[in-house]
Design a protein around this ligand. Structure first.
Ligand SMILES: NC(=O)c1ccc[n+]([C@@H]2O[C@H](COP(=O)([O-])OP(=O)(O)OC[C@H]3O[C@@H](n4cnc5c(N)ncnc54)[C@H](OP(=O)(O)O)[C@@H]3O)[C@@H](O)[C@H]2O)c1
Length: 291
């Protein structure tokens, strides 16, 4: 047995750079299994309930669409609920189903009521995608505290309350769930764009919150995965809404940039990992990104 393993490792290392296919053939001929496998399957989530915050636009809308196409029942939170309802109509023939819920993520009561509605009408929550987020242009040396509060209440406190409600729901139903925080590269390094100062601090907080949550869940023996997905620039409404100047927006548009679907694919990837695999952090950037 040890010989076979050594043989596998030896040939894997010798051949991997040159001819992986030759290695696979060799394994087949000798009837030994490949030393690793990559399993990406969403089947276990079919018919289960997912909550997606910020479902009315950009990355959130794209995530919702992919989950519903795969057969998941999605509760999409947003203030502009009519947009989510329009998306639900577009997805009428999909395998899953989308329900739009009017939630302001900065209002704790809205979040609690929405989770209560889900409990009574849809069933146990299996997935939470904390996606709702905003950024605002402004200076740290002359900025407006109300704007800073708005960013922190949306990106940090809203995420905390939604996470608490989801974990409560998963725990009481004994669900092995998955919580995904839509973070940002700005949650790990200095980016230096005019709408990414307090925003960046909020995303550093998201990084810390994900790590702490993973730890708490482990100590409480709850089998709930926590993944942080950190995109670089993505082409969505967020930049226009950040009150950047026309020139700044033009600069962003001319940079290498991801589509919302690229991030939604990353979400599908982390959700599709086998039950024992937890992707803690996934950074996704366009090739050539300079920020
Ligand atoms: N675009 C990028 O370059 C980029 C890069 C890295 C990370 N991200 C992150 O990706 C996530 C999604 O951003 P996006 O680019 O898709 O932005 P977006 O197109 O502006 O969409 C933001 C979503 O968040 C929701 N939202 C904002 N404030 C809310 C509130 N108070 N209550 C409920 N929902 C609220 C919006 O819904 P309503 O307005 O209808 O409520 C909308 O659905 C954010 O967390 C963002 O930080 C974005």
């Amino acid at each position: 047995m040890i010989n076979i393993i050594c043989f596998q490792i030896y040939y894997f290392n010798v051949l991997k750079l040159h001819n992986f296919h030759l290695y696979k053939c060799l394994c087949l001929l000798l009837q030994i299994s490949l030393p690793y496998k990559l399993v990406v399957a969403m089947d276990r989530w079919v018919g289960k309930v997912a909550v997606v915050t910020g479902a009315s636009a950009g990355i959130g809308a794209s995530i919702v669409e992919k989950l519903v196409q795969k057969g998941i029942i999605v509760a999409g939170f947003a203030r502009r609920v009519e947009r989510v309802e329009n998306l639900a109509k577009k997805l009428e023939d999909a395998k899953g189903k989308l329900y739009g819920l009017k939630v302001d993520i900065t209002v704790e009561d809205d979040i609690i009521k929405a989770f209560d509605w889900i409990k009574d009408n849809l069933g146990p929550v299996h997935i939470l995608i904390n996606n709702a987020g905003i950024s605002r242009s402004g200076s740290l040396i002359s900025g407006n505290a109300q704007t800073w509060k708005e960013i922190l209440e949306t990106n940090v406190l809203g995420l905390c309350v939604a996470t608490r409600e989801a974990v409560k729901n998963m725990k009481s139903n004994n669900v092995e769930g998955h919580i995904v925080h839509i973070n940002s590269v700005a949650g790990h390094k200095h980016v230096g764009l005019p709408h990414m100062n307090v925003y960046s601090a909020s995303k550093y907080a998201v990084t810390a919150l994900g790590d702490n949550l993973r730890d708490e869940l482990r100590k409480n023996r709850l089998k709930i995965k926590v993944s942080s997905i950190s995109p670089g620039l993505v082409i969505t409404e967020i930049h226009e809404k950040a009150q950047l100047t026309g020139k700044e927006i033009q600069w962003i548009r001319n940079e290498p940039i991801l589509n919302a679907d690229d991030v939604a694919d990353a979400v599908s990837y982390v959700l599709g990992t086998p039950p024992h695999v937890q992707i803690q952090e996934l950074t996704i950037t366009p090739i050539g990104e300079r920020i």
